[in-house]
Design a protein around this ligand. Sequence first.
Ligand code: 4NP
Length: 144
Amino acid sequence: MVCLGNICRSPLAEGIMQSKVDKEHVFVDSAGTAAYHIGKLPDHRSIDVAKKYGIDLINQRARKFTEKDFAKFDIIYAMDEHNYQNILSLAKNKIEAKKVKMILNEITPQQNLSVPDPYYGGDDGFENVYQMLNEACDNIAKRI
Ligand code: 4NP
């Protein structure tokens, strides 16, 4: 699960996805394309909305997406078009490039819609992001 800062959207996506799959079989992680927040906890608004739905983000720390993640993960979900392009620019071949997907295509296939960045908005932005990611992760979990 990849966004820009790895403090708002992708930590929520990680927590939600992890809550829907068997930890023994599916490893879920998140990262950001930017380095601004490396080592930080998720934004308190992400922590709060996750907590409201029984999901704990407190053990997460922000990290930057690296080329090595292509070898480590089967599917790489971008939260928005910028993240998608930034991740893709690091892919070394077609196999790696094919791993990168827009997460909202799990709800509305082929539309390439972006999860809105809630960082500069109010708390309702985080609720909105939670609902979108919850629906997308439900669909992913059903398939895998
Ligand atoms: P995220 O949100 O990409 O969902 O973690 C953001 C977090 C921080 C910034 C932008 C977006 N920032 O500009 O610091």
